[in-house]
Ligand binder design. Structure first.
Ligand code: CA
Length: 445
């Protein structure tokens, strides 16, 4: 029989923040159990470091650039067909629930935009699925299960609100102790940074409990055996060099898949996987052909333990964020990145702008870091990374040798060949995706 599919998306969650990724501090028994019963992907990347465009990529198997979704408030064009629609056509009962307000170009729009969206029928998701809800993930999951027709497989996309900011205090019974955490390697170590980070871990622990409830329900209803469960982050953590950036914490996310009888338990892969690959993979799992317009590629062979041609590169895009005016690089930044098995090249088209964090620019730990930088109290290396007045136009990192992405190799004579190779790959992709940014390799004069 065709499998049911449950896709659980966490909101703002970078790769290393799960126990199963050898994180020594965080307590995520349910997600670790999911990984142990299936496939753990160690190098999965999303197409964008922000909700709306990344989710559009996941749902369509295409890049945000190719979709024309680089402005955060853009609605998905009606003519672009999404994963749940293709599954519905093939007989699936389909739903989207939980934190879903960014489907049609983000929730809060001014009346001037609303008017245009309504008059032109640009809010489309209620027509794309059988079951659409916005709100709390767990009760809506139960409601969906209650609405299931007896004779059809189902697809449900469940969107968690965790661990998105604001980070709640006291949200779990046994909170993480800030003083005992091992901070990420690119982090300054201050008491306020530790407190914030512990609160972030607490929200991931709460998310883990919710995932446990979902898995328990599937078990109790006898559905687990024929259900492919996918867990993924929609983009990286709202943390330093995370969400809104093309560094690892911005685009490298957790991805776990459990499918009894098909995926061998306890397996792991270091293959490069892109957010664009999710839709074609889930379609293939359901036996549905992916439309030729999808640029992602199915990794179903990896799930089946069959021979798989590895990706040699993937791409990511940063565009406008939220709905604000372009007053800083949190609201508006233009970047592109290419990632290979060993390296990453970032192209900052708005290199003139300093780094402004997304979602925590007013939080106490960031204000404190700003003050410490101004007083010359931060280590010089960290001051340079977080507070330089302008960024380089190009950044090239050896991801294995330099996981912090601090040592920019762009412009170094000994790295010229690899820099040119990565720029050429990015150039090719930008041409094919009809990117509007200037290409990274200009004509010779
Ligand atoms: Ca997000």
């Amino acid at each position: 029989p065709r499998p049911n599919i449950v896709l659980i998306l966490s909101d703002d969650h970078s790769y290393p923040h799960l126990g199963c990724y050898q994180n020594p501090d965080i307590h995520t028994p349910n997600l670790d159990g999911l990984a142990a019963a299936g496939l753990r992907c160690d190098r999965a990347y999303v197409g964008c470091p922000q909700c709306v465009p990344s989710r559009a990529t996941l749902m369509t198997g295409r890049s945000a650039v190719g979709l024309g979704m680089t402005r955060f408030t853009a609605p998905l064009p009606r003519e672009v067909v999404t994963l749940p629609e293709l599954l519905r056509e093939a007989g699936y009962f389909t739903g989207i629930a939980g934190r879903t307000f960014h489907l049609d170009g983000s929730g809060k729009q001014p009346p001037e935009s609303d008017e245009v969206l309504v008059a032109n029928g640009l809010r489309t998701f209620d027509k794309r699925v059988d079951f659409l809800r916005q709100g709390s993930m767990l009760p809506q999951f139960q409601e969906f299960l209650g609405a299931l027709p007896a004779d059809r497989p189902f697809f449900l996309w469940l969107n968690s609100s965790d661990p998105h900011r604001p980070l709640d205090d006291n949200n779990i019974p046994q909170p993480h102790d800030p003083s005992k955490l091992t901070l990420p390697v690119h982090y300054p170590d201050t008491p306020l940074v530790r407190e914030d980070f512990a609160r972030y871990y607490n929200e991931i622990n709460r998310l883990d409990g919710h995932v446990g409830e979902v898995l328990k329900s599937l078990d109790q209803r006898g559905l687990a055996g024929n259900t492919l469960v996918v867990f993924m982050g929609d983009n990286g953590s709202s943390q330093l060099r995370g969400k809104g950036t093309l560094y690892e914490f911005g685009i490298h996310v957790p991805l776990l898949l459990r499918w009894p009888q098909v995926i061998k338990a306890g397996t792991a892969t270091t293959e490069l996987l892109s957010g664009e690959d999710l839709a074609p993979t889930l379609l293939a799992a359901a036996g549905v052909a992916a439309p030729p317009t999808m640029t992602g590629r199915s990794f179903l062979p990896l799930l089946r333990g069959e021979s798989y041609t590895p990706r040699t590169e993937l791409f990511a895009e940063r565009g406008a964020h939220g709905g604000g005016l372009p007053t800083n690089s949190a609201n508006f930044d233009l970047g592109r990145a290419v990632v290979t098995p060993t390296h990453k090249l970032i192209y900052n088209a708005l290199w003139h702008l300093p780094y402004t964090p997304v979602d925590f620019g007013n939080d106490p730990f960031w204000k404190d870091l700003q003050a410490q930088h101004a007083a010359g109290k931060l280590p010089a290396e960290l001051s340079q990374v977080y507070f330089r007045p302008q960024r380089p136009m190009f950044e090239l990192y050896d991801l294995a040798a330099d996981p912090r992405e601090f040592n920019n190799l762009a412009g170094k004579p000994e790295c010229q060949a690899i820099e040119h190779d990565l720029k050429s790959r990015l150039q090719r992709w930008m041409i094919l995706e009809r990117d509007y940014l200037p290409l990274p390799i200009p004509p010779k004069r």
